[in-house]
Design a protein around this ligand. Structure first.
Ligand code: TRP
Ligand code: SF4
Length: 327
């Protein structure tokens, strides 16, 4: 049976980009015969948010609510919190001993993030070693497949290199995991930039109908369409990108009426808003029910942690044995 592991950092509530870009795919993998581990990567969040750890704590349960509301089924997948499985950190230490610093320094994600997050002091040992911890997350379950976005590919490549190096030094133990890329194109934010909490352009899974309507009313549209009679360019309009996700049945006719200026942007957005409201309603209702039963959520995470730990401690034992740290 092929093993899947993936994770998200609890740095805030999840948005529709997470849903279409990841969760929609994650939730169907168990039915395709994969054994799935889905992790809330709180140690990874600490690498950039170490100055406000309390926020991470609060977000762990928020992300768990989003995972469950979005349809991850704890009966079919193991859903857990990274720090509940201390074996990750021990394997991380072991892997850090065999990982050349040069591999980490040349990692394009590392370089980009250092640039992008200039307001934070990230010249830390932990931040440089972020991908080593990620390698430990993946290898401790001997995962074969890692569903991730393209942006995470350099990290996965490092995992593969670290895996090969371990196997070369201490004997074959770990697989060389492969990416399971999702086909969904990047979902733009409401302002047509990348959807990101820091840009304040997200539609969150937990947003209520009024919030959704307001966000969509204020969305960026085709800037070439100044007057109602101007022909539109749906391919460069995020409203249209959302129609393709939330309103596929009408997307083609909307594109045509946009190009011919038969519809105006206000009507186009009004139509979209109702589709998004009703699409997210199921998720929102499930989330509210779980929010009212936090005890259940904690139980699910605790049970997931136990299941994960049983597997992780087995692998850690084998890894320590391989490098003679255990008889
Ligand atoms: N680095 C990932 C992200 O920022 C989160 C993550 C942590 C992860 N550990 C992982 C993803 C292991 C896949 C596998 O999204
Ligand atoms: Fe965008 Fe719709 Fe306006 Fe066309 S009609 S520009 S798709 S909002």
């Amino acid at each position: 049976m092929k093993i899947v592991l993936s994770g998200m950092r609890p740095t805030g509530p999840l948005h529709i980009g997470h849903f279409f870009g990841a969760l929609l795919n994650w939730r169907q993998l168990p039915d395709q015969g994969y054994r799935c581990f889905y992790m809330i990567a709180d140690w990874h969040a600490l690498s950039t948010e170490y100055a406000s750890p309390q926020q991470i704590r609060n977000n762990v349960e928020e992300v768990a609510l989003d995972f469950l509301a979005a349809g991850l089924d704890p009966q079919k997948s193991t859903i857990f919190v990274q720090s509940d499985v201390p074996e990750h950190t021990e394997l991380h230490l072991l892997l850090s001993m065999i990982t050349p610093v040069a591999w980490l320094e040349r990692n394009p994600v590392y370089k980009e993030q250092l640039e992008a997050l200039q307001d934070k002091e990230l010249n830390t040992y932990g931040f440089l070693g972020y991908p080593v911890l990620q390698a430990a997350d993946i290898l401790i379950y001997k995962a074969n497949c890692v569903p991730i976005g393209i942006d995470q590919l350099p990290h996965l490549e490092l995992t593969r290199e670290i895996s090969r190096r371990f196997n070369y030094l201490y004997g074959p133990l770990f697989p060389e995991p492969e990416a399971l890329l999702t086909e969904t194109p990047k979902i733009p934010g409401t302002d047509n930039r990348k959807m990101s909490k820091s840009y304040n352009n997200c539609i969150y899974l937990k947003d209520g109908p009024e919030t959704i309507r307001e966000k969509i009313t204020n969305m960026f549209t085709d800037p070439r369409r100044i007057y109602r009679r101007d022909p539109g360019h749906p391919e460069s309009c995020p409203v249209f990108a959302y129609h393709q996700l939330f309103n596929l049945a009408e997307a083609q006719s909307i594109a045509a009426s946009c190009i011919s200026a038969a519809i105006g942007c206000t009507d186009c957005k009004r139509n979209l808003a109702e589709k998004v409201v009703s699409f997210l309603q199921v998720i929102r209702e499930k989330r509210q029910a779980l929010d009212a039963d936090r005890e259940l959520v904690r139980k699910i995470l605790a049970a997931g942690g136990q299941t994960a730990r049983a597997v992780a401690s087995e692998t850690l034992g084998q890894a320590k044995k391989a490098c003679s740290f255990k008889p």
